[in-house]
Design a protein around this ligand. Sequence first.
Ligand SMILES: [Zn+2]
Length: 306
Amino acid sequence: MFGNSFYTDIGLQRTPVGHNDENWLDERLHNRSSRIVPVWRGHNLILGQETPQAIALTGNHARGLLQICGEKAFLGMDGDTAYFAIDLSEHELPVLSPALGQAKFVDLRRVVMMLEPHEAALLAYAKGAMYWHFNNHYCAACGSLADAKLGGRMRQCTNPDCAREHYPRSNPAVIMLVTRPGPDGGACLLGRHGGLPDGMYSTLAGFVEQGESLEQTVAREVMEESGITVTDITYRGSQPWPFPDSLMVGFRARASTVEIDLSNDELEDARWFTRAQIASFSEHGRRLPRADSIGFQLVDEWLKEG
Ligand SMILES: [Zn+2]
């Protein structure tokens, strides 16, 4: 089973005593020692390029941004220090620059491999929290405005006849490495859809449909995408994937058929690759999934078994 992967360990206590107390959360938000993690249009605040650092503001810089921010969300406690994400997307960058100093908003995926794992996880959580708020201004049940409550930990419908509470959700998706026995230590099934960068071959993946178990999703998605039937589906680990709001649940599965069928047009290519073929990927302009992804971990685990 995989240990901690990228984006999993924020190093904060998410539900301390007081996390359901509006007054306590408000006091924490405005406490000068609290740390503020700004998000701007899906980007995170980073200082430095060669050795980038995640920035969590405190003191006057944080106070200034709290005055002008949009949504806020309590993330958790590190000892006595509270962490909040705030959204600054409604402002243009020149307005924000005086409070940011040399720090810049960047796409987390550009810098994640150079960050400490807990920093990457914190930024991912902040980004995901702001994404959820951005997409949940209105009650899904009645369409009325839904206000953020409890330090941004939930939203509640403002229509008194409805008053439904909405909590942040992740969308579960499965991601799986399909293998088969054979010469040269067997092979694994990798594919590519049009959205992947040039040359990248990845594990197959797909969203869980209603009424489906995770294992059923694995079998269905592999069949739809490649025409392969699988068995022996085993859980390997999971990873929050805030691009934008998924929980990736990783599996290994064994193929019981060999012939690949792409006639569903879900993938532009899918092939069986031996370990030796993957080792020479770069010579053919191919590459594996991003190293911060559970897809890479699934392949890497199999490669090391050979
Ligand atoms: Zn409502």
